[in-house]
Design a binder for this molecule. Structure first.
Ligand code: FAD
Length: 524
């Protein structure tokens, strides 16, 4: 079909499906350089996400080839009589339909079917930054910057996520204690607001929009370009895991390691994470491909009598020119820790292989049909003062001895987070990420079913509530505005709502987050 004819068809489909008197002339004048699609396979892709727990069909999909395309569509939606909704979709790796919309258009920000419609990331070696398209995947940002001997400083564990998607949340991994989350490492953004304006923003220019969008859950604008700070790329990584049977020793050591953030590079680790091992299977599971399959690790061999073990995961980056001191530096740091002495597992690998480690696991799971399954994930920020209560109540209590997926736990320093952004964290100097990354399987084992795991998540949230543990959800999911107000707290909610009024007054953006009801829709 000729592009003009297809576009007309799409617009009329929008009108007939919504049953509204859209300002058709405005929409028909929409000249996009990319393309609008109602192709069933495009609709199918945009209807689901990694969580695989919600299926919501959009009316159409825009594959933009420029920020101007995004602005044209949002601008047209903004002036439409009944407020057509528009959701940017990064790589669709949300859990609860956050990038979906039922009464509007999904903008596929990442390359669809491998087709790139925009330029490669552009690196400034002199000023040490990269300008990346909002839908760019972090793996491609990394590949480009490495060609210049540079790399971003703060990461997520998995790199097949989009720049705009992680910056709309925070973007965290084991480097966050040192560099802050990804949103603390952004210099400038181009954003299409809910009014269809394309604006550049930074600390100095349109700063309210800049801070609103970072951690803003897609509510204030669509990020079309992000300028991200870079550092000289390390060449290799010494990757170490050590085990603990005592929770308070484990967290004491984790907190000690993150307290070293201000020290010279050779006197601190570059990455601090950890995970909980409550069942025998997990230690040799997908995140643990680290341990040799020929040499499986037995929980019981560490004298826990089948109890819970905690694994501290740390890395030291290095350059071949400093290779002669790496052993010494690592040894000096390990000496100050109190792990089970016989439990040191070490490997050494290229920097890119370390950063891209979860992709290897993904390929393995895909080959077994275990990737495209429901993921009832729960991510919580837990205040340091209550992490021991969380351990007693959840890891040693509610979870029993089956976990159905990795459970990450690591602390971060609040002073590396900027309070002016939209993200919410607990009111303590140090807080933990606890990530229950579980997969539901149809295996006949009730404890692996979606219903069981979802109930367990509710039980965990109820436990925190009853025990007065003031957790904050990361990648939050709520379905009522009352819960959202609770999540943000009164002051931040007042600011969040005001920003919504200023930047997306018709509430047409990212309706899949279910924070604000779109002006004209009866459903999300
Ligand atoms: P999507 O799911 O497509 O979108 C997320 C939200 O952002 C939606 O509301 C969407 O409308 C909005 N959005 C998307 N693009 C834009 C844009 N350009 N401008 C404005 N709004 C936009 N997170 C971490 O922090 N650390 C991790 O280590 C980590 N590991 C993960 C590992 C896996 C295997 C998976 C599946 C997820 C992981 N995540 C992690 C979560 C991830 O950060 C979120 O899923 C996030 O939403 C990014 O995914 P996405 O790019 O696919 O965004």
């Amino acid at each position: 079909m000729a592009p003009k004819l297809l576009l007309t068809f799409v617009i009329y489909r929008l009108i007939s499906t919504v049953g509204l008197t859209l300002d058709t002339t405005d929409l028909l004048r929409l000249e996009v350089d990319g393309h609008l699609s109602v192709d069933p396979s495009d609709v199918e892709t945009a209807s689901v996400d990694f969580g695989m727990m919600n299926r919501v069909e959009p009316l159409a999909i825009l594959h933009p080839s420029s920020a101007e395309d995004v602005a044209r569509l949002v601008g047209a939606a903004y002036v439409s009589a009944h407020g057509l909704s528009v959701s940017a979709r990064g790589h669709g790796h949300s859990i609860n339909g956050q990038a979906q919309t039922s009464s509007g258009v999904v903008i596929e920000m990442s390359a669809s079917k491998g087709v790139r419609q925009w330029g490669l990331p552009r690196v400034s070696e002199q000023s040490r930054y990269v300008d990346a398209w909002g839908g760019e995947l972090w793996i491609d940002v990394l590949k480009t910057t490495l060609e210049h001997g540079l790399a971003p400083k703060s990461w997520t564990d998995y790199l097949y996520l989009s720049v705009g998607g992680t910056l709309s949340n925070a973007g965290i991994s084991g480097q966050a204690f040192n560099h802050g989350p990804q949103i603390s490492n952004v210099y400038e953004l181009d954003v299409v607001t809910g009014k269809g304006e394309l604006l550049t923003c930074s600390e100095e220019q349109n700063s309210e929009l800049f801070h609103a969008v970072l951690g803003g859950l897609g509510q204030f604008g669509i990020i079309t370009r992000a300028r991200i700070g870079l550092e000289p790329a390390p060449q290799r990584v010494r990757w170490i895991r050590v085990l603990y049977s005592n929770f308070s020793t484990f967290t004491k050591d984790q907190e000690y390691l993150i307290s070293l953030h201000g020290q010279p590079p050779n006197q601190k680790f570059d990455y601090v994470e950890g995970f909980v091992i409550v069942d025998e299977g997990l230690i040799n599971n997908w995140r643990s491909s680290f341990f040799s399959p020929r040499n499986p690790v037995k929980i019981s061999s560490f004298g826990t009598n089948g109890g819970v073990l905690y694994c501290l995961e740390i890395t030291k980056n290095y350059h071949e020119s400093t290779a002669d001191t790496i052993d010494q530096d690592v040894e000096a740091l390990l000496k100050r820790l109190d792990f089970i002495p016989s439990s040191v597992f070490t490997t050494d690998l290229p920097y890119v292989d370390f950063l891209d480690r979860v992709h290897k696991a993904e390929l393995k799971l895909r080959s077994k049909g275990l990737w495209d399954v429901p993921h009832p994930w729960l991510n919580l920020f837990v205040p340091r003062s209550r992490i021991a209560d969380f351990d007693e109540g959840v890891f040693k209590g509610i979870l029993g001895n089956k976990t159905s997926g990795p459970i990450l736990i690591y602390p971060m320093n609040k002073n590396k987070w900027d309070d002016r952004t939209s993200v919410v964290t607990p009111e303590e100097d140090v807080f933990y990420l606890v990530a229950l990354l579980r997969s539901a399987l149809d295996s006949g084992d009730e404890a692996q079913s979606l219903e069981y795991l979802s109930n367990q998540n509710r039980q965990i949230l109820r436990f925190c509530d009853d025990a007065g543990i003031k957790v904050k959800q990361y990648l939050p999911h709520y379905t009522t505005q009352e819960d959202w107000v609770d999540h943000f707290g009164d002051d931040k909610w007042t600011l969040f709502s005001k920003r919504k009024m200023d930047f997306d007054p018709r509430r047409i953006l990212a309706t899949g987050q279910r924070i604000f009801k779109p002006t004209a829709a009866s459903s999300w």
